[in-house]
Structures are given as structure tokens and as C-alpha cells.
Design a protein around this ligand. Structure first.
Ligand SMILES: [Zn+2]
Length: 94
């Protein structure tokens, strides 16, 4: 099985979540804007395998965004660029 790519050199462990998009086990997080930043409740996460957008819950497990959150995220160009970057990096590793 592939190693979780979010557990790279700067990745931090988080409670296990399973991506609803690709079924992969996600148990690490790497911040793309700050080195060594730990995820907090409400932060956005992108699955490192398929780019699906999720939100860190209070226990740092990933949850599906609400319809309102999804609309806000899809309208945010920074979110769209970050997701595209995650998918490009993932594609470059394959
Ligand atoms: Zn996924």
C-alpha cells in the first residue's frame, strides 16, 4: 500500500480519516502555507491522492463541507489554485 503522501518530511500525524472520494486512509497533514503548522478545527484539507476538499473537525478527523461551505470554497480562487497544486504535485510523483 502507498505511504500516505501527506506524511512527508514535514507531515504531522492526525487521527485517521478515510477519503470518501478515493477510499484512501488519511492520517497525516502537511500545511501548504506554513512549515510545521498543525491543523486546527475548521481548516481546509485536500486529499493528497484525489484532491477532494474536506474540513478538519474538532477532533481533527476530516468531515464533508456543508453545502454552504462547499459553495464558499468553490468560489474562492485561492482554494481552487491550492487544489490544482495538490493534484499537480501528486501527478508528478506518479
Ligand atoms: Zn481521496
Amino acid at each position: 500500500m502507498d505511504r500516505d503522501p501527506s506524511r512527508g518530511a514535514s507531515g504531522l500525524p492526525v487521527p485517521l480519516s478515510v477519503c470518501e472520494g478515493c477510499g484512501r486512509r488519511l492520517e497525516g497533514a502537511t500545511c501548504v502555507t506554513e512549515q510545521r503548522a498543525a491543523p486546527r478545527s475548521g481548516d481546509i484539507s485536500f486529499c493528497a491522492y484525489c484532491g477532494q476538499v474536506r474540513i478538519f473537525g474538532p477532533d481533527l478527523r476530516l468531515r464533508r463541507p456543508t453545502a454552504e461551505e462547499s459553495a464558499r470554497l468553490e468560489a474562492n480562487p485561492q482554494v481552487r489554485r491550492a487544489r490544482a497544486a495538490v493534484l499537480l504535485i501528486r501527478g508528478a510523483r506518479n
